[in-house]
Design a protein around this ligand. Sequence first.
Ligand SMILES: Nc1ncnc2c1ncn2[C@@H]1O[C@H](COP(=O)(O)OP(=O)(O)OP(=O)(O)O)[C@@H](O)[C@H]1O
Ligand SMILES: [Mg+2]
Length: 359
Amino acid sequence: MTELNLKNIKKSYGDFDVLKDINRSIPHGTFFTLLGPSGCGKTTLLRVVAGFVSPSSGAVHFGQQDVTHTAPHLREIGMVFQDYALFPDKSVFDNVAYGLRARKKSERDIRNKVPEYLEKVGLEGFGHRLPAEMSGGQRQRVALARALIVEPRVLLMDEPLSNLDASLRVQMRDVIRSLQLETNTTTIFVTHDQEEALAMSDQIAVMKDGRIDQCGAPDDVYRNPQTAYVSSFVGSANLLPARYLGQEENGIDTYEVNGTRVSGRTMSKADDGRYLMVARPENLGIRKFSGPAGAGELNGHIQTLQFQGYRTSFHVVLENGADVYVETFGETTGHATARGDEVTISFNEKCLFVPEASR
Ligand SMILES: Nc1ncnc2c1ncn2[C@@H]1O[C@H](COP(=O)(O)OP(=O)(O)OP(=O)(O)O)[C@@H](O)[C@H]1O
Ligand SMILES: [Mg+2]
């Protein structure tokens, strides 16, 4: 059982703080994703867990064991990289066998185990090939088999899918997640692709400038973003300036947004009283203009629309010039359907409010 504990991890290069006090306890068997834009510190944190980078302060524990000062090859980790990092002159079989040979396993064990792991990743019969004779997706499967065959305590993956084409990327999500579940390996997965993070993870840590801005299950991070940053990095969000008006009798917070009253949940308090309304495109209503907008509604016109079969997305420009994106699903009967149409947008109670300063 390997619970992974990151305790007050800081890392600085000169006076640049790359990691600022990362604290997290990751239960055994969790698929834990670090999600964030380029330069936010994902790879650095992964390398701290692997042991290739020493933290400036703080500790890494695998279960009861403090591994902060343990060399990488003694941490019993498996790693998969964006560029596969296979040995080009070794066969697929020898690549996968590498970790077992390094651990002085018998050739008999190796002959049994390598085909078992090649089969797990759907590459039975490919053992004799060289990496150069494999496609990108196949190479990444070899890398995955090589990492998992040693039954690592922790599996670390740094953007393993980003060199693959779009459809293969989606297919490989399933391969990786199924194997992770089958082996119940505690895993840290790095990506800047929010869809990948939502689709694969048990937990997502959304990183910003060396910190974890929010951490939670995919549906929680998506439905309950605590900051404007998380709301727009995970999924798409319309962000409109809002002014707090007060509470209704039922305790629900009410705001003024572009001159209309909208009620919803306040995710965290703004010290300066300045808020943004977070409205997911699928949480907005759209209908043909039929008179002055009521409470929780705003008028505008359709700038562009894209029909995409099961859904239609609209770019609407409101009367005050603000842009809003709306998505509807299924039949579009009753909706406005043409460029230039005058429309009324309605904000429902699923709209959230976050501090403006949390962008
Ligand atoms: N050895 C180093 N010396 C100085 N600065 C470094 C070093 N390694 C990383 N950095 C800086 O730390 C920051 C975080 O880098 P890191 O590689 O962890 O980002 P990342 O989130 O993995 O980004 P990407 O998505 O582009 O891979 C960057 O600004 C980077 O320039
Ligand atoms: Mg990186």
